[in-house]
Design a protein around this ligand. Structure first.
Ligand code: DC
Length: 226
């Protein structure tokens, strides 16, 4: 059994890299951002404004009404909310900021923490998020903090959104990214911070294949995969 924690800011390439590494290492990829996105989508669909004053209402809504399932289809994670596959819907740009807002609430983090730990306890995983190495899996076998310069991360995110046909400018993407990072780094609950024992991986000058090679190289050194 092996647990790899991957954290970092928006658009650092965590999820694409972690997904590919999971495939190559023969372990499961868990995208915890998708869980926060699912909670945010559920709040938005139920007409609840995501703000600290509404925390009790949000906690009740999630605890009483949200049945969240994480399934794997051919190694790809799907997020199911009350029976509906919302894997695409949670990627909408409007849900990104809502997810950042909902993730600042202690009760929402508590709602998801147990599931995240359970997944890692029962499977070999590479799990990505913001607090995996610091809070969710403090005893992970390997912790990696992936980052890149903001302009580079924004360009990657911009290309991704454009490819999906989203009507947005580069400056808007950069501003959103900076705002989300600021929120994620400055919140009281489990802020985004590099764990002391995490390996820092700056991908500004690395392409996808080079980044994947670095991560799998670090994982191979663990020698615990077989
Ligand atoms: O990785 P992402 O962009 O899909 O994550 C969406 C939001 O969820 C992000 O702004 C911060 C939050 N998040 C978090 O607080 N903790 C995690 N472990 C993962 C995501």
């Amino acid at each position: 059994m092996i647990n790899i924690a991957v954290d970092g800011p928006v658009g650092a390439g965590k999820s694409t890299v972690a997904r590919e590494c999971a495939k190559r290492l023969g372990i499961i990829y868990v995208d915890t951002g998708a869980m926060y996105r699912a909670c945010a989508l559920f709040c938005v669909r139920n007409g609840v404004d995501i703000k600290p004053e509404n925390e009790a209402e949000i906690a009740k809504l999630l605890n009483d009404g949200l049945k969240l399932e994480i399934t794997l289809v051919d190694g790809v994670q799907h997020v199911i909310v009350n029976g509906e596959d919302v894997s695409e819907a949670i990627r909408e740009n409007s849900i990104s900021m809502a997810a950042s807002a909902v993730s600042a609430l202690a009760s929402v983090r508590a709602f998801l923490l147990g599931r995240q730990r359970e997944l890692a306890a029962n499977n070999s995983v590479i799990m990505d998020g913001r607090d995996i190495g610091t809070v969710v899996l403090p005893n992970a076998d390997l912790k990696i903090f992936i980052t890149a310069k903001p302009e580079i991360r924004a360009k990657r995110r911009y290309d991704e959104l454009k490819a999906k046909g989203t009507d947005i400018t580069f400056d808007e993407v950069l501003a959103d990214l900076n705002k989300r990072d600021y929120n994620d780094m400055h919140r009281k609950e489990a802020p985004l911070v590099q764990a002391e024992d995490a390996v820092l991986l700056d991908t500004s000058e690395l392409d996808f294949e080079q980044t994947v090679a670095r991560v799998t190289g670090l994982a191979d050194k663990l020698g615990k995969l077989l």
